[in-house]
Design a protein around this ligand. Structure first.
Ligand code: HEM
Length: 514
């Protein structure tokens, strides 16, 4: 006869085997969204192009007849959402699951960018910073920045008068200088300034990191222990060089303003506002970190505005008709005696439509910034495991012909009614600013800056294709950066005052504000 403990043991073993079999069966029957079959270990690494990936994702969406596509790269699940509806339901409707960010060694440990709100993991630290950022960059706070933004726009016009061929350099300078002014009340000169150079280097490094996507050290974190001098450890040398600028970006100017503030000689700026708001709270390193994180992150955002302005000049070369129509509207509404201002925006629907169409037609972030999921989930019968990289295919959503008929054509008119007013039934291309709880909190500031720069440039300058000495018109090359962001490689444009008196108007306005 078997004793009772042997019976119990055999029962337990049977239950364990049963459970194991059931779990295995369940995991085998898990159904991921459709997508290309991959190879062992590398998965679909070789199928995903490093450039223009948004076209491939859209093509897979058509091939597999699914708005949700799945593939694997080196063991990581990736899901791409190719429609407005699915992206809303996932990123907005289930934001508790789909608002995290992947943590990488390069971004979070080696370069100092862990303070950037855009890369912080979904959780309390992110929430606190995002709340603070939102307070200062929500729609209602925008008038606080009107004066400094207008000063920046006037500087841009003056620089375009003085050296029009350097227009891309001027955009970069003005965008960075305006943020320095708003955040730290610092005045920098286009002739060269160490702080400005450091900001540019840091912002450049963020673009490089985002564009590179994944480094080998992110896949094999032990590589971070390699000595920097070792051949193959170039990533560590780059990271160390970038970190100097990134730390300076976050800390140096903040500490300067803080010291001035304690001596009672600081000028009004975002940092001072944040210091005063937290003055009643006893000193806490975490609160100081929050301020540093919010102030420094505004610079990372300035890069996207620079890319958008580069796209603007590019689009104006390709679509002179749209340029002329916007200028006709500016002449009619604002006239030629003054520059357009924020208050004119509502009366300039064509200019607003042109900006919307520019963001839609060529989104600068065609695959946005990927989110990561924090829990297993099921959607429409498909399984999405925790830790999946979630990509919103912004390009596909903004080129969906059901929402935007004839999507490949550049037509600002699509946003207007037949009477020429903005049509509220046509969806704004908001996806360019991302999704759900992670949607860009700087979007009001970005849209306001784009409006002012673009309206003032179109009011005073003509942007045309350059003409060579023998009269040959130089077509813009279609060369572009096309990995994480899309923006044109440096190109030439002929930028000239648009009417007699435009130059005087610019100089007079600049001397009044600069
Ligand atoms: C045309 C200009 C801009 C575009 C197209 C843009 C686009 C984006 C996108 C796609 C994201 C990621 C959203 C997501 O994860 O779903 C983002 C995040 C962010 N942007 Fe912008 N942005 C622009 C300008 C700015 C500016 C000027 C600022 C600062 C004043 C800014 C601050 C931020 C911040 C702080 C985040 C991180 C949000 C988070 O992860 O919670 N952006 N932006």
């Amino acid at each position: 006869m078997l004793d009772s403990s042997a019976v119990l043991l055999s029962c337990a073993v049977c239950v364990a085997i049963g459970l194991f079999a059931a779990l295995r069966w369940k995991s085998n029957t898990r159904c991921y969204p459709p997508g290309p079959p991959g190879l062992p270990i590398v998965g679909n690494l070789l199928d995903v192009p490093t450039e223009f990936s948004w076209y491939t994702f859209a093509a897979w969406s058509r091939q597999y007849d699914s708005k949700m596509i799945h593939f694997k790269v080196l063991g990581r699940h990736v899901v791409v959402l190719n429609s407005h509806k699915v992206s809303q339901e996932i990123f907005e409707g289930r934001s508790r699951i789909y608002s995290d960010r992947r943590q990488t060694v390069m971004m979070h440990e080696l370069t100092g960018w862990h303070r950037n709100i855009a890369v912080i993991a979904y959780g309390e630290a992110w929430r606190a910073r995002r709340r603070l950022f939102h307070q200062h960059f929500r729609q209602q706070a925008m008038p606080n920045y009107h004066v400094k933004l207008a000063k920046g726009a006037h500087t841009l016009l003056r620089l375009l008068l003085e050296s029009p061929n350097d227009f891309l350099k001027h955009i970069r300078f003005v965008s960075g200088a305006t943020v320095l002014d708003i955040v730290y009340a610092m005045d920098v000169s286009p002739a060269g300034d160490e702080r400005m150079e450091s900001v540019e280097q840091a912002v450049y490094s963020f673009g490089q990191l985002a564009d590179a996507g994944v480094y080998l050290v992110d896949l094999f974190p032990a590589l971070k222990l390699l000595p920097s001098w070792l051949p193959g450890a170039g990533f560590k040398r780059n990271a160390a060089a970038w970190k100097v600028h990134v730390d300076r970006l976050f800390e140096a100017s903040y500490l300067e303003v803080k010291a001035d503030h304690m001596l009672g000689k600081s000028k009004p700026c975002l940092t001072v506002d944040l210091l005063e708001e937290t003055a009643g709270i006893s000193y806490d390193q975490e609160i100081e970190e929050e301020i540093i994180s919010v102030t420094g992150t505004t610079f990372a955002g300035s890069d996207t505005t620079i890319f958008a302005m580069a796209v603007f000049f590019f689009v104006m070369l390709l679509h002179p008709d749209a340029q002329r129509k916007a200028q006709e509207e500016l002449d009619r509404v604002v006239g030629r005696d003054r520059l357009p201002e924020f208050a004119d925006q509502e009366s300039l629907p064509y200019v607003s439509a042109l900006i919307k169409e520019m963001l839609r037609w060529q989104p600068i972030g065609p695959i946005g910034v990927p989110h990561t999921s924090v829990a297993d989930d099921w959607y429409d019968g498909y399984f999405i495991p925790a830790g999946t990289i979630m990509i919103g295919n912004v390009w596909a959503i903004l080129h969906d012909e059901e929402r935007y008929p004839d999507p490949e054509s550049f037509k600002p008119e699509r946003f207007l009614t037949s009477e020429g007013a903005l049509d509220p039934t046509v969806p704004d291309p908001l996806e360019v600013f991302g999704f759900g709880r992670r949607i860009c909190p700087g979007r009001h500031f970005a849209q306001m800056s784009l409006f002012l720069y673009i309206a003032q440039i179109l009011a005073t300058f003509s942007i045309d294709k350059p003409v060579e000495e023998r009269g040959r018109v130089v077509e813009p090359t279609r060369e572009c950066f096309s990995r994480m962001f899309w923006y044109p490689k440096p190109f030439k444009a002929r930028i000239t005052p648009r009417f007699d008196g435009a130059e005087e108007l610019v100089r007079a306005t600049c001397s009044a504000t600069e």
